[in-house]
Design a binder for this molecule. Structure first.
Ligand code: SF4
Ligand code: SF4
Length: 316
């Protein structure tokens, strides 16, 4: 039996969409991880999760206070949702996670105290990683992600930086696979996943959405959809797959099915730090330079077809 590892999952300024997506994971499935079907990633206890845990009220607060005292070491701290700037809240507060005897505990309180003890800190979703929708202009609450909050140089008790699994939401498999890889690393059974410049695991976010999109053939052949529902490349309808690192079009969404542009939905760039602001919005506006690129590709392809048909004509 492997040593137990606990997970403390906090939720800040978010919509719980990441949690819902997590329950849709299939490779591996959340249920398989929590019930110990896979030996190397078994004995994982989800001791705190605001949406699915059994204790509530002050009993739930006790779990976090016990974690502060070391009862759940070693634990992985997971954040879903953005972190507000509580100093800008005046006499009120932007985001609370529990209260006890009339005392309010803010999300920031738990993040600051638990990040000092955690073995690994993981941000899941666009909001928790880089700020996401709450961080979009004009950002009235000063929302930001865990990477900015703790800092690029921050290290966990195991010497690991913040691990970011972005997406709005991330596919469930991205979360179970990344958390699984980190659990294996904590147990010394695998090396720490390599991260990119925005602290995303490279095994997931190492390629552009465009590079694994099944419509990329249409792009290179100059076949572009003019309206939704056409089978061609949707770059002219606003797809940002050319500037977004994401595995969705190739790896699918649930059971390898789905993945935004795969089914004709333009990529919105939800895995990128600037999302939902420029250059990813307006969502239905093609990225800069695309109109010109489309024209150039069409001219090149047109020229090749013309030369080919002239040659065929000459052969007859
Ligand atoms: S739909 Fe988007 S990701 Fe797919 S080929 Fe076109 S530009 Fe690239
Ligand atoms: S394809 Fe684009 S919109 Fe879809 S999950 Fe990936 S980055 Fe987000």
């Amino acid at each position: 039996m492997v040593e137990p590892i606990n997970i403390i999952w906090l939720e800040g300024q978010g919509c719980t969409g990441c949690t819902i997506s997590l329950t849709n994971s299939s490779m591996p499935a959340l249920a398989d991880v929590l019930t110990g079907v896979i030996d190397a990633v078994s004995n994982i206890n989800l001791v705190f999760h605001p949406a699915v845990m059994t204790p509530w009220g002050e009993k739930a607060v006790e779990v976090l206070k016990d974690a502060e005292k070391g009862k759940y070491d070693p634990f992985v701290l997971v954040l879903e949702g953005a972190i507000p700037d509580e100093e800008s809240a005046g006499e009120g507060f932007w985001c609370m996670v529990g209260e006890e005897n009339g005392e309010i505990y803010t999300l920031n309180h738990w993040i600051d105290s638990l990040s000092e003890k955690c073995a690994v800190a993981v941000a899941v979703g666009a909001c928790a990683t880089y700020g996401g929708v709450p961080h979009g202009k004009p950002n009235p609450t000063g929302a930001h992600g865990l990477l900015e909050h703790l800092g690029k140089d921050w290290k966990s008790s195991l010497g690991l930086p913040v691990v970011c699994i972005p997406g709005c939401p991330p596919a469930g498999d991205w979360m179970t696979q990344s958390l699984g890889a980190l659990v294996l690393a904590v147990r010394g059974l695998a090396s720490i996943p390599e991260l990119d410049e925005h602290n995303r695991p490279k095994f997931l976010f190492g390629r552009l959405a465009h590079d694994n999109c099944p419509r990329a053939g249409y792009y290179s052949e100059g076949h572009f959809a003019e309206t939704f529902g056409e089978e061609h490349c949707v770059v002219g309808l606003g797809c940002k797959g050319l500037i977004s690192y994401c595995p969705a079009p190739g790896g699918g969404w649930i059971n390898r099915v789905g993945g935004c542009p795969t089914f004709g939905a333009p990529c919105l760039g939800c895995t990128e730090p600037e999302f939902p602001d420029e250059p990813f919005s307006p969502f239905l506006k093609p990225p800069e330079g695309v109109v010109m690129t489309k024209t150039i590709i069409k001219r090149i392809i047109g020229g090749i077809y013309q030369a080919y048909s002239l040659q065929k004509g000459g052969e007859r």
